[in-house]
Structure formats: C-alpha cells, structure tokens
Design a protein around this ligand. Structure first.
Ligand code: GRF
Length: 224
C-alpha cells in the first residue's frame, strides 16, 4: 500500500476539508493532507489548513499571472509535496488539463446531488438545492466521482441518498446534504488509502478506478 498523500483544492468554507482533517486527527483516516490551495485568498479552507500546520497556498491567475501560470504552480506543488491524490472540496475553478494528466485517474470531487441529475454548468452551491426543491423531488443526495476533462461526468465512486422531508426548503435540503457529505468523503479517501479503490491506467473515464465489491457492500449497508 502506498501511503495516501492527498492535496486539496477548495474555494470556500472548507467544511468538507475540515471533516477530512478531523478524521486524520482521530486516526480514522490513514492519510496525510500535504497541502491545500485555493483560488480565493480569503477562503476559510486556507485558514483551516494553516491551523493544522498544513501548507496553504493562494494560487490564482492574479498570483500567477495567467491560467497557464496556475497550472504550472499546481504541478510544482504536487511534485514538491509528493501528492498522489487531488481532492476537490468545493473548488469553483476548472482543474487545468495538465494537472489532470499528471494525476491521471487520481482526482476526486464531491457534488451535492445525485449525478447525472443536477450536474454540469450552473449546478453549484445553493443552485443545486433550489433546482431540486423546484422540481418537487422527494430525495436527493451526494455523489463522489472521479474527475476528468468533462465536468461532473467522471466515474461515480459513491452515491448516498438523502430523503427530503415534505415542505423542506432549499436551505434545509442543503444542510441535510452537507451532513451526508461530511459522513461520506472521508470514507472514500480511506478506501483509497486502503486500496479498496485503486486508480487504473485506463483512458476510459468509466474505468478510472477499480472499486472493491466488499467496500461497496459496506457503503450500501450504511444507509439501510
Ligand atoms: C459542497 O456542497 C460540495 O459538494 C460542493 O461544494 C460544497 C463545498 O462546501 N462541491 P464546503 O466548502 O466543503 O463547506
């Protein structure tokens, strides 16, 4: 087993990042978070990392001069910190193609709905939950998926359902989904750390990772 050394990209509050760092501290997640980067200098995610002594960087086209500069900087950080997985935790920018190539089949994202529904352009943050409520859905959920050049379309690693109480507004739905995210992302990273999820060399986005059936069973059992 190669020790998991993940880097995280986040643009905002970083509550998902915080749960990962907490699970590392409690020794439930056998991994190291080697650095955190954000396009937003004021992202709370950067403060959360610094509080744990994790290197935190503001990396944007402003700091680097261009989008190409952002790609070069991220590649350098990945190299310098020997990161072997990139974790997107509310990152609002597209991951540069050069980074996706370097960490081929090793970039993972969390989305606050059951993809492929409510995914793609415009479906981020509260917009997702508002659309879900508008369409009168009785359930929504969380999707954790591999990232490739096509946004929100990579191989799905884990989906967990969240039932919507009748009359719930988008804010309530968002809260319920976020709680489920917090209970899910660390489990996926643990599976990477323990080789229950193994990245492949495949160029087929549907086969980015191999997932152990026993692990999938365990995840299904969480919600019954
Ligand atoms: C989460 O809802 C996640 O699914 C989405 O962005 C949000 C990030 O929240 N990709 P936080 O910054 O982790 O609190």
């Amino acid at each position: 087993m190669t020790p998991l050394r993940f880097a995280a990209l986040a643009s905002g509050g970083g509550s998902n990042l915080q749960t990962l760092l907490d699970r590392i501290d409690s020794r439930e997640l056998p991994a190291n978070c080697v650095f955190v980067a954000s396009n937003n200098s004021r992202a709370m995610a950067l403060d959360r990392a610094r509080q744990k002594g994790i290197p935190a960087y503001h990396v944007s086209s402003k700091t680097e001069g261009s989008e190409e500069g952002v790609a070069v900087k991220l590649l350098n950080l990945i190299e310098h910190h020997s990161a072997n997985l990139l974790v997107l935790a509310g990152y609002m920018k597209k991951v540069p193609d050069a980074v996706l190539q370097k960490l081929h089949n090793r970039v993972v994202n969390i989305h606050p709905a059951l993809l492929p529904e409510f995914g793609g352009q415009g479906f981020y943050g509260h917009h997702v939950h508002e659309a879900v409520v508008r369409q009168g859905k009785t359930a929504t959920g969380v999707t954790i998926h591999m990232v490739n050049e096509e946004y929100d379309k990579g191989q799905i690693v884990l989906q967990r359902k969240v039932n919507i109480p009748s009359g719930a507004d988008a804010e309530t739905v968002g809260r319920l989904v976020l709680a489920k995210e917090h209970d899910s992302y660390w489990r996926v990273l643990k599976a990477f750390a323990e080789d229950d999820i193994v990245p492949t060399d495949s160029r087929d986005p549907a086969h980015a990772v191999q997932i152990h059936p026993r692990w999938l069973e365990q995840m299904r059992a969480l919600d019954v």
